[in-house]
Design a protein around this ligand. Structure first.
Ligand code: 5GP
Length: 189
């Protein structure tokens, strides 16, 4: 039964863009860069829930310096494949931001609205520095400019799922990143 359900989940994927090995390799590379840049700084690494949670878990294990973690949940998508354009805080961080070197960890930058909002918010809260580390960057769909400091892969304008990324809360547990078949979301709209 479990096997059949997994097979069904994989059948919804048009093609696999990055498998586990590719993700692991790029995460190690990003971890090395972050390690070099944050030596002696004790950064506050903030995971944007829920999409970035798998990437965050793998990334922090590749960062070889003291750090603290916190989690923020913002939503701009709802259960659709198109951004609503409005960013809402669903869960805020618990840590004081003033004076901290903040590293925001995100799964994907699309329109840029979420990160633009978060960078502004942490600057307003007087962070000492604010940088962005994203696994995926979709530059073709950018609406608001954001400076991405660390990016794993530049991706095409397609709706991606897996390794934390969902469609209507599904597919986050796929171990790879793939393009979702459009028939899956067209059926539900
Ligand atoms: P932005 O504010 O840059 O438009 O969107 C950022 C958020 O939109 C991401 O954290 C992610 O949750 C969602 N998003 C953007 N593109 C995709 C995509 O291709 N697939 C999925 N599953 N989510 C996406």
């Amino acid at each position: 039964m479990l096997k059949e359900l997994r097979a069904m989940m994989h059948q919804d994927i048009e093609s696999i863009l990055y498998d586990q090995a590719a993700i692991q390799q790029v995460t190690a590379k990003l971890g090395k860069q972050v390690t070099a840049d944050y030596q002696g700084k004790n950064p506050l690494v903030i995971c944007v829930l829920k999409g970035a949670v798998l990437f965050m878990a793998d990334l922090v294990r590749q960062i070889d310096t003291h750090l603290e973690m916190d989690f923020m949940d913002v939503s701009s998508y709802g259960n659709s494949t198109v951004s609503s354009g409005e960013v809402k805080i669903v869960k805020d961080v618990n840590t004081q931001i003033a004076g901290r070197d903040v590293l925001i960890v995100e799964d994907i930058v699309d329109t840029g609205r979420t990160l633009h909002y978060l960078v502004d918010l942490f600057k307003y809260r007087q962070a000492k520095s604010v940088k962005i580390c994203t696994l995926l960057d979709k530059p073709a769909t950018r609406v608001v400019p954001v400076q991405v400091d660390y990016a794993g892969f530049k991706v095409p304008d397609a709706f991606l799922v897996g390794y934390g990324l969902d469609y209507a809360e599904r597919y986050r547990n796929l171990p790879y990143i793939g393009i979702l078949k459009s028939a899956v979301y067209q059926l539900k709209q």
